[in-house]
Structures are given as C-alpha cells and as structure tokens.
Write a protein that binds this ligand. Structure first.
Ligand SMILES: Nc1ncnc2c1ncn2[C@@H]1O[C@H](COP(=O)(O)O)[C@@H](OP(=O)(O)O)[C@H]1O
Ligand SMILES: [Mg+2]
Length: 243
C-alpha cells in the first residue's frame, strides 16, 4: 500500500466512525471532544502498525519533540471543523498527510458529511474559476486580509467551516480561492495542501513561500490555495496590504 493509499483509507475510515458516533448523539462540546478522541485513536493505532518507523504530529496527541529529527512525519487532524461537526453540519473533515523533509507529499481529506474523500493518489481534475470569483472564508473568524482581497477582486464570499472543507471546495468547483491569515497549525493545512498540490493548484504561504511541515513549532498561520494563474495577483494584493 502506498503512503497516499494509506492516508486515503485512514481518513475515510475515521470519517465513517465519526458519522456513526454522531447518530443519535445530542451534539455539543461533548460530541466534539469524543469525536476528536476516537478518530485520533483509530488513525494513530493504524499508523503505528502500518508505518512504525515514521514520526507523527497530531492535534489530539501530546507532541513528541523527537519527531523533528525524522525525515518522514505524518501530520494528522482527526477532526477539522470540530465546531461544525458537533452542530450537525457537513463542513468538517478528517486530515491525514505525510510530510517528507517538510514537504506535503501525500495526503487525504475526507468530507464524510458529503460522502467524499479527496486524496493525492487520485486528485480530481481542476474545474475552471467562476465569474465573479468566490472567496472562501472562515464562518466564525474570517481573516481581514481575505475580506480585503475579495473586495479588490470583486469576489463574493463563501463562509464555511474547516480548513479541509474550504480547500476541497476549490477542488470541487464550489469556490475559487482560499486565503487565510491570522492562525492555523500544521494539522489544519497539511493534508489540504497535499491534495491541492497533487491536483495542480497553487499552494503557498501568503508571502509566496512554501508551506513547510514537521517544524519544531507547528504554528503555520497563513496560506493561499487558488488556481495557478491567479496566484501572482493575490500575492501582490497581500504584499501591498502588508507594506
Ligand atoms: N486564528 C486561528 N488560530 C488558531 N487556529 C485557527 C485559527 N483560525 C482557524 N483555526 C483552525 O483552523 C481550522 C479551520 O477553522 P475555520 O473553520 O475557522 O476556518 C479549525 O481547526 P479545528 O476545527 O481542528 O480546531 C480552527 O481551529
Ligand atoms: Mg483543524
């Protein structure tokens, strides 16, 4: 089984478990906490069997600083969009990715509420941008830079929960640009970046540099995912704003 196939299978399986857990549950914070816990357990138990020599960084696991010495590190968000999951919505995701020497080389984002898993082993064909452009923003904390860039591009806003759901919305043709600033961790964007890159989208920090994973500090606060031909214009707007 390739790394991408493993990521694909694990994200899908954890997603199914999360759907089953939600059935008949009253929801709220207790559901979110339980979802984080059971999905993390499933993914980490399987990874330790299938890839015992690799490091793991998971949102729901105590960090082991020794991982920084490993070339291969799995970066896991067992439940991205915990709030949306516990509210009974569909904009949440399971992220499983592998970084090799800091690069997101394989990954999968399951969108269980939509019955879909997108993965770097079988990335979908890109869908052309719409007019006007559609900019994804966080439902609960839209980044001021994203709102300002949307205005400059004449783009409409698409509020959505979960970094994975937003990144995959570009691949699904539901939106055109995902620009985020102000805070995220490696687990929020590693699998989305792996899948988006495999599909041929532009993926970078908002200063145009590469997203680098398995760093000692997993804080990775900003990103841009969009069609390649659109990237220079957006990066220039952000640079201009920050000048
Ligand atoms: N300013 C910020 N600081 C830290 N984490 C942030 C953040 N903005 C978004 N995130 C994280 O990114 C994910 C997507 O957020 P959003 O839906 O607002 O875009 C969420 O992950 P979790 O649901 O795994 O906690 C959220 O916690
Ligand atoms: Mg997350």
């Amino acid at each position: 089984m390739t790394d991408a196939e493993l990521a694909h299978g694990l994200a899908e399986e954890a997603g199914k478990l999360l759907l089953r857990l939600r059935e008949g549950h009253e929801g709220g914070k207790a559901l979110g906490d339980e979802g984080d816990r059971v999905a993390n357990r499933l993914i980490l138990d399987r990874l330790r069997i299938e890839r015992p020599d690799d490091a793991i960084l998971s949102e729901e696991e105590k960090d082991n600083p020794a991982r920084c010495g490993f070339s291969r590190a799995w970066v896991i968000d067992p439940l991205d969009g915990t709030r949306e999951y516990s509210e009974g919505r569909n904009d949440w995701a399971v992220h499983v990715a592998l970084a090799v020497d800091g690069r997101p080389v394989a990954g999968a984002v399951a969108l269980p509420g939509l019955g879909l898993t997108l993965a770097s082993d079988r990335p979908p064909a890109l869908i052309a941008e719409a007019a006007p452009l559609r900019m994804l923003v966080s439902r609960t904390r839209p980044a001021p830079e994203a709102l300002a860039v949307a205005e400059r591009l004449g783009a409409t806003l698409v509020p959505m929960g979960s970094a994975g759901a937003k990144a995959m919305a570009v691949l699904r043709g539901e939106a055109d640009i995902y620009l985020h600033t102000g805070g995220q961790y490696e687990w929020d964007n590693c699998a989305p970046a792996a899948v988006a890159m495999a599909a041929g989208l532009h993926v970078s920090r908002v200063d145009g540099s590469e997203l680098v994973y398995n760093c000692a500090d997993p804080w990775l606060p900003d990103l841009l995912i969009c069609h390649r031909h659109r990237a220079a214009e957006i990066l220039a707007f952000v640079a201009d704003m920050n000048a």
